[in-house]
Design a protein around this ligand. Structure first.
Ligand code: ADP
Ligand code: MG
Length: 337
């Protein structure tokens, strides 16, 4: 055959090979766990995997919600003791373990105080100091007993998994997507990001790190195959009559919203629930204790934005972060080991 005749055939084959290699993409946006979520997966089973994962998140929402009276968590809070699923008991045990390791900076029993501040009902108020000190008596992770599937609380105590539930939902979403053969996906659970593999073209994902004070991104994180979770007081907060801004992350030691000089804490690690738990805990701790905790553990990387315009990054994340040129007012520092 003459080359003139073969050429269109070869071109045609090449083109069909190209279009055939573009993987199927399926995205689904929905509302769960009191936040907007978005799942995007690539590959043959993208739609099936995403739908199965969204169904799983709906189940977890019903199990773990502190405000839904039919949830397993509400059963514990109502009766002080309840037999729950192995999964709920396991997540409570995990939260208690991190509470222990962080000296109670994360404390799933902080709920009575959180409720007094009106955060769960979106009816914010500043409780009187006496009210807070009375409620603090009902707080303390050491007073929760998990025995198999049975969870028991001391009188007056209540559990809230708001600081870890989304992270765990990220882990479950990743597990289900992988079970469906998906090796590339972007899981966004209200700002909790979890990445399955890299982008379909094999390159890293580029995640914008939100400006806590504005609407833009202070920079870009170039990462793959990990969870990235940010906690900050700027997302859910209210301004009192005297102009003070109060955030939704409570320092369990004082009963007041954490106010330790940090504007946001971003944790990067393999597991979503660990990232979620630590982003809340390190936000409560403040810069010095947070970095001390990192030095002692190092099973994660962290980016702290401080109220004196510093971005503190631990080693593993330093070369993955690029500050946006519009944020030249911020000083980026790599944290010493
Ligand atoms: P977000 O839910 O906005 O992503 P976090 O993961 O930091 O943020 O979780 C904050 C939620 O955790 C609060 O809304 C509340 O339900 C709960 N919470 C607040 N302070 C604490 C704390 N010190 N320990 C455990 N849970 C907390
Ligand atoms: Mg958290």
């Amino acid at each position: 055959m003459k080359l003139k005749k073969i050429l269109p055939i070869i071109l045609c084959l090449l083109l069909s090979a190209c279009s055939g290699s573009a993987p199927e993409e399926y995205s689904y946006d929905f509302f769960a766990m009191d936040t907007y979520m978005s799942l995007t997966a690539y590959g043959d089973n993208a739609e099936k995997g995403v739908k199965a994962a969204a169904g799983r998140i709906a189940e977890l929402t019903l199990m773990l919600s502190v405000t839904d009276e039919n949830s397993e968590l509400s059963a514990i809070n109502r009766g002080g003791v309840a037999k729950v699923s192995e999964e709920t008991a396991g997540l409570i045990a995990f939260a208690l373990d991190i509470a222990d390791k962080t000296d109670g900076a994360l404390d799933p029993t902080v709920y009575p105080v959180l409720r007094a501040w009106g955060f769960t009902a979106d009816q914010n108020r500043v409780p009187a100091p006496e009210e807070i000190s009375a409620l603090l008596k009902n707080i303390g992770h050491e007073h929760v007993q998990v025995d198999g599937n049975t969870v028991a609380l001391d009188k007056g105590m209540m559990l809230d998994l708001g600081a870890v539930a989304k992270g765990y939902a990220g882990d479950e979403t990743e597990r289900i997507l992988r079970e469906n053969g998906i090796t590339s996906a972007l899981i966004n659970l209200g700002g909790n990001i979890q990445l399955v593999g890299s982008k379909p073209d094999g390159t890293d994902w580029r995640l914008g790190l939100k400006d806590p004070a504005g609407t833009g991104n202070i920079g870009v994180l170039t990462v793959s195959d990990c969870a990235v979770v940010t906690s900050g007081s700027y997302e859910r907060c209210f301004t009192a009559e005297d102009g003070t801004v109060y955030g939704h992350i409570i320092d369990p030691a004082s009963g007041y919203p954490a106010d330790n000089g940090l504007i946001s804490v971003t944790i990067i690690a393999d597991e979503g629930r660990l990232c979620d738990a630590l982003s809340t805990a390190l936000f409560v701790m403040g810069e010095e204790c947070a970095l001390e905790y990192w030095r002692e553990n190092k099973n994660f990387d962290v980016i702290l934005i401080t109220d004196n315009a510093e971005v503190l990054i631990t080693g593993g994340a330093a070369d993955k972060f690029q500050l946006d040129s519009a944020y030249g007012n911020l000083t980026v520092k790599v944290v010493e080991e």
